[in-house]
Write a protein that binds this ligand. Structure first.
Ligand code: PLP
Length: 426
């Protein structure tokens, strides 16, 4: 395939936009080469600026779980836009989406809408701090909770000490309140909790991780986290920006059967428009302004176009819960197909999968946390990524990203993907 016009557009974009993109992973830094500029999309397919048709395994990084330009969503947005795009005043549709979202997920009484997953996670942590009166949080290495300061933290010099900034611009002052633990390592969490007894507001986690590839927590780890939080008065925050309304109606809380204290949402809940949200039981949510002392606000929060897209999307998922099974079946089919080809080629690999999230790691050891995820062979990954792209298959341009299947993908698309892999020399 030819990606000539995309490359020209990228060169032009780089003159005016840092790195030519408005979010770094789009720039293909991890795999090399120029990113693809998309012109339009429908169902499972992207149509790029060079006239290529690509099978899409990203679906805008998750929101488009029913495929691109899904008609009920598009119609809802177009119709809503006729009446104005923003008012900065309450609208009925905000309550409609809130009511529907709360009815679909377990254990939540109230929800506040924001504009991104980043905002949702940032606000959830502030709320947890305000509610508990404590400052410190624990996060897990490799989990992504958006780009706000508290989360851009890497392990410090000693495991039981403070985190340190992993981006310039994040202060030591902020970093000292974020402690780092390893995913699936309950003993490590216990140590941190002991060493910081009475100082922790929250433990935040991707309940099924998707930002270091797809990583599934062990039962004992998740139950252990819940128990520690309950015993120590720490709030357990599930970052369900990726898993919410994707794994099941009730997201990871439902499939793992674990109740979180605060849950954050994004991606699917906005149906492809900028929406994030956080939810909790009434006692916690009542701490938020204007009822409570914890400040949080947004000029475009609850935007009518965004709410209409979210409402149309969640309505479809609520009325047709079989879609989650359909997606998981497709992911399983893809998993088997890819595993067979890689085994045939004698390429060391691990495939992690949960529901419609799946990732391929070129490694011979199980991928259970950030360290094991980072051991994947990136040279093989690059060949795999570009080989697939050459054959019209659009995969995440980084080994640390999960694929997000959308239900517009047909088995013929999955077969085309598996067959493309057969042709690649890895
Ligand atoms: C995408 C993502 C975020 C950030 O959401 P944005 O809308 O990009 O700000 C946070 N947490 C998780 C788990 C995500 O996957």
């Amino acid at each position: 395939m030819i990606y000539q016009r995309s490359s020209a557009l990228f060169a032009e974009a780089k003159k005016y936009i840092p790195g030519g993109v408005n979010s770094p992973v789009r720039a293909f830094k991890a795999v090399g080469g120029d990113p693809i500029f998309v012109k339009k999309a429908k169902g499972a397919y992207l149509y790029d600026e060079d006239g290529n048709k690509l099978i899409d395994y990203i679906a805008s990084w998750g929101p488009l779980i029913l495929g691109h330009a899904y008609e009920p969503v598009i119609n809802a947005v177009v119709e809503k836009a006729q009446n104005g795009t923003s008012f900065g005043m309450p609208t009925e549709i905000e309550t409609e989406l809130a009511k529907l979202a709360i009815s679909m997920v377990p254990n939540m009484d109230k929800i506040r809408f924001v504009n991104s997953g980043t905002e949702a996670c940032m606000s959830a942590v502030r709320l947890a701090r305000g509610f508990t009166g404590k400052d410190k949080i624990i996060k897990f290495a490799g989990c992504y909770h958006g780009h706000s300061d508290s989360f851009l933290i890497q392990a410090g010099s000693g495991a039981v000490t403070f985190g340190s900034p992993n981006s310039p611009g994040v202060t030591q002052g902020t970093a000292k309140d974020t402690l780092l633990a390893d995913y699936n390592d309950l003993a490590g969490v216990k140590e941190l909790v002991q060493a910081n007894k009475g100082e922790l507001a929250a433990i935040i986690i991707e309940p099924i991780a998707g930002n270091m590839g797809c990583i599934v927590p062990s039962d004992a780890f998740m139950k252990g986290l819940r128990d520690i939080c309950t015993q120590e008065g720490i709030l357990l925050i599930f970052d369900e920006v990726m898993t919410g309304f994707r794994l099941a109606k009730g997201g990871a809380q439902e499939v793992l059967n674990i109740k979180a204290d605060i849950v954050t949402y994004g991606k699917v809940i906005g149906g492809g428009l900028p929406v994030g949200a956080f939810a909790a039981r009434t006692e916690i949510m009542d701490f938020l302004a204007p009822d409570g002392p914890v400040y949080q606000a947004g000029t475009l929060s609850g935007n009518p176009l965004a709410m209409s897209a979210g409402l149309a999307m969640l309505t479809e998922l609520n009325n047709n819960p079989d879609v989650f099974k359909s997606l998981a079946d497709k992911a399983e089919y893809l998993h088997k197909g890819i595993a067979e080809v890689l085994t045939e080629k004698k390429v060391a690999h691990q495939i992690n999968r949960y529901g419609s999230m799946i990732s391929v790691h070129f490694s011979d050891e199980p991928v259970v946390d950030f360290t094991s995820s980072a051991k994947g062979n990136n040279e093989t990954f690059k060949k795999y990524f570009h080989g697939m792209l050459e054959r019209g298959i659009y995969l995440p341009p980084s080994a640390f990203e999960s694929y997000f299947l959308n239900d517009a993908l047909g088995y013929e698309d999955l077969d085309a993907t598996i067959n493309a892999l057969k042709e690649i020399d890895l």
